[in-house]
Each structure stands twice: as C-alpha cells, then as structure tokens.
Design a protein around this ligand. Sequence first.
Ligand SMILES: NC(=O)c1ccc[n+]([C@@H]2O[C@H](COP(=O)([O-])OP(=O)(O)OC[C@H]3O[C@@H](n4cnc5c(N)ncnc54)[C@H](O)[C@@H]3O)[C@@H](O)[C@H]2O)c1
Length: 447
Amino acid sequence: MSDLSRRDLLKSVAAASAGIGLAQLGFAAPADAEPTAPVAESMMGVRFEPRDVPRIAIVGTGLRGRSVLGELLGVGNVRITALCDIVPEKVEMAKAQMKKAGHDYEPAVYTAGEHDFEKLCARDDIDLVYTATPWRWHVPVVLSAMRNGKHAATEVPAAYTIEDLWTLVDTSERTRRHCIMMENCCYGYNELMVLQMVRGGLFGELKHGGAAYNHDLRSILFETKDEGLWRRAAHTNRNGNLYPTHGLGPVARYLGIHSGDRFDYMVSVSTPEMGLTKWRAEHVPKDDPRWRERYACGDLNSSLIKTSRGRTIRLEHNVSSPRPYSRINSIEGTNGLFEDYPPRIYIEGRGKNDTWATIDTYRDEFEHPWWKQQGERARTGGHGGMDFIMAWRLVECIRQGLAPDLDVYDAAAWSAPGPLSERSVATGSAPVKFPDFTRGKWRAKGE
Ligand SMILES: NC(=O)c1ccc[n+]([C@@H]2O[C@H](COP(=O)([O-])OP(=O)(O)OC[C@H]3O[C@@H](n4cnc5c(N)ncnc54)[C@H](O)[C@@H]3O)[C@@H](O)[C@H]2O)c1
C-alpha cells in the first residue's frame, strides 16, 4: 500500500473510532494512539558524542534557514559543511553570509531538485543536518539524515500526521541519532525566567498553562514569494491548529511534560473561516489563480489539553485575523500566576493584593543563567535573542557531549496537537488521546 493510501486508511479508522468513542464510550482512542513495541532503547538523556567543532549542514536556505545560519555563524566553533536548496540563488545568499562571517572555505552545495538533500545526507563530513524547508519536507529530510547516521534538527512543527511522528520516534531510537525540533521559543528571555520561577517553586503546585500562536500572517500568506509559496496550502485542506509548538513548547517545559507528566487527551473547536477570504477579496485581483482556492481552516482554533496528572492547557492558533502578536505564555499554580503579552505576575503575599506586578523585581532572583551569560550577545540576534541562545545551546551540547535540551519525544508530543486538533474538530470536538511517544518513560522525574 502506498504511504498516502496507508495514511488515508489510518485517518479514516481514527475518525471512525473517534465517532464511536463520542457516541458510546465518551472517549476517543484512535488506533495510532497506542504505543507500538519499542524498536530500541529510549533516546531520552542520550548524550551527543563530543565534537569540538560541530559540522552542520543546512537544507532549506530560505528566510529561516539563513536566519539560523546567521546565529550559528555568530556562535562560532562550527563548520558549515554543506548547503542545499532547490533555488540556487538562495544557497548563494547563504554562501555570501558565510564569507562575510569569515568562513573562508567552500561548503558543498546541493541544488539539483527536491531530493538532492539525500545526497547531502550521505556525505561523511556532517554531524547534524538542520532543515528549514516547507513543512512537507521536514520528515523526509530528517529521516534521510538519521538513516545516514547524522543527528537531525528540524524547524517547527516536526510533522503533521501521527503516523509520521511515530516514524520519527522509531527512527531516532533505531538509528541512535537525535531528532531535535528547534523550538526557539523555549529559549526566550521570559520563558526561561519563568522556567526558573517554576523550578524555584514560586508558583506553588502548577495547575494550568496557556499557549498560543496568535500572529497576523495574512499578508505573508498571500505573498508570491517565500512562505506565500507554500504555507497558505495548509489552510485549504486542514482545519485545526496548524502551528502548535511555539506556545506549547515552553508551557510543556514549565509543566515538566516527559519529566513526571505527559499530555493525555485534548478537545478542540474552530471558528468559521473568514479572515483569508476577506483578505483575498480586499487585496487579490479577481482574475488571480488564488481565487480558485477555498479556505477550510477556521480563523481561531481553541483546544484544551488535559495532562495525566490532571493539569490543563489552553492552546490557541490564529494567523488569519487582525490582531497583535501573542503566544499567551501563561502558567498558574497554587501561589499565583504569570501571564505574558504583556508580561505580568501575581504571587500571593508578594506585592499588592489583587494587583498585577511587573516582572522587574523578579529579574535578579530568577533571570536564567544562559541569559546572564549570553544575553548581551543574544540581543543582537533574531526574535529578541532566543534564536541565538538556541543556536548557542545546540553547539554547546554537541561540543560538551551533553544530551540535547529537546529530544524526539518533545518534537512528537508538541507537534501532535496539529493532527489531533483536526480530528477533534472533525468529530464535533470529541476528546482525542495523545499517543505516549515515550512508551511510559515520561514517568521518570528530573532532567
Ligand atoms: N522557529 C521560527 O521562529 C520560524 C520562523 C519562520 C519559519 N519557521 C519554519 O521554518 C521553515 C521554513 O520557513 P521559511 O520562512 O524559511 O520559508 P521559506 O519559503 O523562506 O524557505 C523555505 C526554503 O526551502 C526551500 N525548499 C523547498 N523545498 C525544498 C527541498 N525539497 N529541498 C531543499 N530546499 C527546499 C525553498 O526553496 C526555500 O528557500 C518552516 O518550517 C517554518 O515553519 C520557523
């Protein structure tokens, strides 16, 4: 059976069981939520083999690939051995960036079509392949990398079907190569400070978090270059949370997901689609081929996740509406709460009763050591500095032979709300089970 038809079959089985669950059992547990037999030992906590100057290859040198390349060059102590893109000019731009940063050697170049990355992955002078391609290419690139003995790093989300997420987990375990999802928001200043607060017990016992990707992307989605060439397509055939990881990753870290807790199930609901249709009517000439598209994805998708320990997460996705940016980024415990956009905190017994405080008075106590150490350099980089800290940590973990901060189980669990929200929306908001990608290893405490 072809990959596509196997996937379709799985989807319809899952949808059918979700329907039965709602009607008869009150719960949906699709077949692919069940853990498969482990193929090998877990990859949790597995250390990189130390390498003083990590050799990195980049597949996809578009906007994001070149931005992360810039951060890696800024970190130093790396060698960029190969570059790949289907558009040769984009590789040339990346090469020029390298020259400017003083990397006076020629990286190997792969620009001969959509599968040329396979040749790159077969080289023997690469430690890690990082992909910043459009979503549908993340899985083929990271699988090829791992099967060729390289560690793999991917942009977000790692994948958008449960079947593919399992394949990433199985392949990482079988090949003993890491598959890291480069969730830069986990390295943000506020996110890491809040993580320190959580670990210091400031909020007491945690009960609820809030996470989102609420970002007005309408003009980007309709551009005739870069993301406009591919990202709008998902809005024509999927209805759910298309981009769950930026908000969810940091909140998963606060809640200790895979370190004593895990996502158990979720429900999801979408508003009608209105935003892209309205934008097109106002900005796109009537004879443009984009008028043949029909948008399926509701503007605001809202989900609720329940964890095995009973905690809850509100998760939103809204990229089609006029609104300011927000990842919500909130966490609440028995002593108080933090909410972002703008950042504010309330801790019972500290500060004025019933009144939000700024986080300024907490900085000295809780600023994260990575930001204390690298903050000045980081702030010159992308997304307020989180991209630099992410790149620096990746390089440091390889150099020192540490385990990566984020592993394949995080990649899978944080990406899973994409397909799971689609299932829930399609079945009248029926609850859908998360697979336990760790196969029970989430119970172990501590990082
Ligand atoms: N973490 C973040 O903050 C962040 C920000 C932006 C984008 N992203 C993610 O980065 C990825 C890329 O987004 P972008 O904004 O750079 O898009 P982009 O369109 O600017 O870049 C994608 C690049 O991939 C190339 N490409 C397409 N198919 C390929 C293939 N088979 N082999 C090699 N190259 C191929 C394209 O030619 C293009 O240069 C996406 O997954 C996106 O979600 C993450």
